[in-house]
Design a protein around this ligand. Structure first.
Ligand SMILES: Cc1ncc(COP(=O)(O)O)c(C=O)c1O
Length: 369
């Protein structure tokens, strides 16, 4: 073939750097001839506790209906979410993971001639989704690794239609308090939609959890996104959602695939939402694991960014090299040089106590190697 067909895609698409996921356990086992059972993966901010029995039962029940298309409107899940948050069902948009609803926002509101504001060290999907629409990125330097909301507000220009904020942020784990977010919302022009990505909301201490859903009434340009992939333990099924003004939800629904959330995911998420005990235990386990990793990092004389999520970002120095040394010891974490701009740090998901212990031992050995 003479023609490079890649060249036929718009230049703004060609310039996208592909998303780098955490290395799967099976891939590391294949590459290094390691035993899968002995590998610890702390690379994708998943829930180490698996799923609860009620969720498992709901999935087993839904298997019987797999030859049918899912409910494209996700009625039962939306009804459960509406009851949980005291909102109308017309404000909810379901997605194939919250990643999907982020993409829907870009699809519905961005395009050439438009811009999006986001922070340095932000979640990788924001630049990806912005670029894929041919929109301009306005990247605001981070402050103490987190969002500099004051500078972000000032950076909004006449072409800005979207602002991406993750709270807590991934990969830095930083957090902005409710009153800071509210003050920011008051400064954003009506045209500018603010995506407040709360994927890690359930891991926040109760006293830090702001009632962000309440802000939707005052700020029709606010879109809150949440997920079942983290504290609810359903990352593999892919289900998340947005809460937005009905007219914003309406336009998002116009561009989504008719059956974007599969039937197992719908059944599992509806059951998981009800299992408050599972989420409470995930929170408690995460808190213990966070302390364990913080103490472990301190013990090794390493700095870390205080985190509000289910992961911690540790400054290890030559991170690319330490990452490889950890792989040899059957431990997968996440390098965050490339797109995230943190070449000296590794992001480590909080695992179960024995997984954290194995990571800390492997890290100590890797630092000495
Ligand atoms: C800040 C943030 N938002 C959204 C997501 C997307 O998660 P999912 O598509 O599994 O809901 C992630 C995943 O790691 C994340 O860290």
């Amino acid at each position: 073939m003479k023609m490079d067909l890649c060249e036929q895609s718009p230049s703004y698409v060609r310039s996208i750097a592909p998303y780098q996921p955490g290395k799967p356990i099976s891939e590391l086992a294949r590459e290094m001839g390691l035993d899968e059972a002995g590998i610890v993966k702390l690379a994708s901010n998943e829930n180490p506790r698996g799923i609860g029995p009620r969720t498992r039962a709901a999935i087993e029940k839904a298997i019987g209906e797999l030859s049918r298309y899912p409910d494209g409107n996700g009625f039962e899940l939306k009804q459960a979410l509406a009851a949980r948050y005291g909102v109308d069902m017309s404000t909810i948009v379901l997605g194939n993971g919250s990643n999907d609803v982020l993409e829907l926002m870009a699809l519905a509101f961005l395009g050439p001639g438009r811009a999006a504001v986001y922070s340095q060290h932000c979640f990788a999907v924001y630049p990806l989704a912005t670029q894929a629409r041919g929109a301009r990125s306005i990247v605001v330097p981070a402050k103490n690794y987190g969002h500099d909301l004051d500078t972000m507000a000032k950076a909004i220009d006449d072409e800005t239609y979207l602002v991406w904020i993750a709270n807590p942020n991934n990969p830095t784990g930083t957090f902005a308090k409710g009153d800071e977010i509210e003050a920011f919302l008051r400064r954003v022009p009506e045209r500018g939609l603010v995506v407040l990505d709360e994927a890690y909301n359930e891991y926040l201490a109760p006293e830090l959890r702001a009632d962000s859903v309440k802000w939707l009434k005052k700020h029709p340009n606010l879109v809150i996104t949440r997920t079942f992939s983290k504290a609810y333990g359903l990352a593999g099924l892919r289900v998340g959602y947005a809460l937005a003004h009905p007219s914003v939800a309406d336009v998002m629904n116009r561009v989504r695939q008719p059956f974007n959330v599969n039937s197992l995911a719908l059944a599992a998420a509806t059951a998981a939402l009800d299992d408050m005990e599972f989420v409470a235990r995930s929170y408690a386990e995460n808190l213990r694991g966070m302390k364990q990793l913080e103490e472990g990092a301190r013990g090794l004389g390493l700095e870390f960014i205080p985190s509000y999520g289910n992961f911690i970002t540790i400054r290890v120095g030559k991170a690319a090299e330490i990452y490889k040394r950890l792989l040899k010891r059957s431990v997968i974490v996440r390098p965050i040089a490339g797109g995230y701009g943190l070449p000296e740090h590794l992001r480590v998901t909080i695992g179960m106590a024995e997984e954290n212990e194995k990571f800390l031992r492997a890290l100590a050995a890797s630092l000495k190697e």
